[in-house]
Write a protein that binds this ligand. Sequence first.
Ligand SMILES: [Zn+2]
Ligand SMILES: [Zn+2]
Length: 752
Amino acid sequence: MAAYRRSALCPSKRGGAWRKAASLVAPAIPEDVAGALENAAAQLDDDPDVVALVLEGVMYQIVGAWYVRHGLGVPLRQHLLADLERRRAPLAWRVRLALRAPDVRARLVQARALLRALGEDGATDSGPAVNRHDASGRQGIRSVLYARKDQYTMSVEEELNQSVAYTPLQRMRHSAAHVMAEAVQDLFPGARFAIGPAIEDGFYYDMELPRALTPDDLPAIEERMRASIAARHPFVPSRWSREKALAYFRERDQPYKVEIIENLPDAEVGIYEHGPFLDLCRGPHVDHTGQIGPVKLMRVAGAYWRGDEHRPMLQRLYGTAWFSQAELDAYVERLEEARRRDHRKIGKDLELFMLSEEVGAGLPLWLPKGATVRRLLEEYILGVERAQGYQHVYTPHLAKLELYKTSGHWEHYQDTMYPPMEMESGEQLVLRPMNCPHHIQIYKQRTRSYRDLPIRIAELGTMYRLEKSGELSGLSRVRAMTLNDAHIFCTPEQMLPEFVKVVKLIQEAYQVLGFEHYSYRLSLRDPNDKVKFEDNEAMWQQSEAALRQALNQLDLPYYVGVGDAAFYGPKLDVQVANVLGKDETISTIQLDFTLPERFSLEYIGEDGHPHRPVMIHRGVLSTMERFMAFLIENYAGNFPVWLAPVQAEVIPIADRHLVYAEQVAERLRAAGLRVEVDGRAERMNAKVRDAQLQKVPYMLVVGDKEAASEGVSLRLRTNENIGAVPLAQFVEVASRLNAERSQELWPTKASA
Ligand SMILES: [Zn+2]
Ligand SMILES: [Zn+2]
């Protein structure tokens, strides 16, 4: 505690704040939070500023988790927040900055240990603040409150509740949403407003307007926003009675605001006013509009009121705002880059895959070049799995509906399953949405002894999910997909080592694929959602504890995603940063105590009695479709040599060099390389350019000189001209890079 008091950052105030919050929270938490915080403070001795920051971060995590868990009433929440809000917001940023310093890592480990000791949901949430790889570097701490999914489709009530947990950036963006509404109100008298939250990378406001907005409207709205920002209008909060608020919004013909208030249980509602605009809002906001950074309006989309297609379609105007022009510019640049790398565009340009109206939406066809890449990935992962004792199987893509009733998929997953096919025999068959039940049957093929375990059954398993047509996109969101799937059946004692093995397999694969920015998400159920998640408290507790234990043993930094679990159990998702710096789940590991129970799985233990095995579901490369989409964007189509559909293009300068070109190609093919000869009657430069556009790693130009010397003139797709290389040397180097699955295109001079 002494160290804490020494904090240069206003120690008494700081101590007072957390002590107060802890004392409010403590009665509901089994452990003594205040005591635990003090203990940690005593241990985190030598850097008082960091200690203070870490502890405050910890406290907010706990408080945040506690709100969620107990669905705190507004009065207490506001009481707490009023006390915490002012300090909390900048805190997230300072903690983050502090934690980035390399010497702080050890402290984080201790902070995590503290959180574990507290046994709170919020505990592991220190993960992102602490260690999370974050490509964009701009996301603040993710608290449980806003690590939830589906930010775009959350309920109005949920939305309102979220704003209280806004980071400074989100708060500024939400303030920009108010200013945008002000501008719209000014330009479109009679506009009706719904909600205007901060979202990832920006904000929006849902509005009903006299006419549809077009991109041409955006500059005028932006212009007025800038005027409002320049005017530095203060954001003034107040509390109104329901009656007063209802009367106010009814009088101004704001039916959406009226509906929101009618659904609020509270006697009082929050109001925020800035300049000429008044809104129903819980806040928080920046102090005045002058604190809003550079803004840019992005686009207009349609959105049903409350996401309900039977309610009015509103216009959703998206904008973004950043603390500095440089950040805004960088964001716009990232969007541009993402557009350039869009796998749908590159997939078409490089002829990797196609979609056909005749075949159907969400059912991609892999073209020869895309299929080559996929096959190489499959061969790679199958090889790694074989080396780790996985046994590969083939199972059919459909099965009796009964199988999925037993598994629980029908109960929890029906919305995304294709409807049953009625057979004449009265049987009902469905396309499988997952492969687990088939693999379970293989496990049950005969009596298993503890000596047989672990049994690792793997398959590139094709499955079908009825995704909404509006959500289908290229290869990333499809209706037929092949999962790099496996199910490990093991004893409870083997569960931990098996889990660790899978994590290591994932890490190894990522290294080969050149993924550097990834993080681990512990995906838990939403305890309030009994429909989506199996209602079995003991199972969830047990499997969550087991997962946390495994993560701690590996000392993996991780963060918590509430509501991201599978229906049968919690999982570890490996989140890889995409080109936009956003996380996508690529790999996943799930501990499952549910399906072994549902299918009465058994093994005969050492004691001669039957026991229940544990199941681990795992996917390393995710589905081949999603993985391919991700890889295309990750590499911008520039596949490493070992994955490039065509590795070398032989380009004869004139027709008379065709014979030698074919000899070169033969030599490369014999070495196992994929090669094409461009025999078209085009100019050499045009052929080189075309090969570059096709992202072919090597262009081998051959003319008289090369034919005479048994060489090639080598150019790389990066436009680097290596020049004359003996053919034998080219074959040797390219074969080595290919066999090593190297990320290197050609050795630099030093290493050559
Ligand atoms: Zn607001
Ligand atoms: Zn499974």
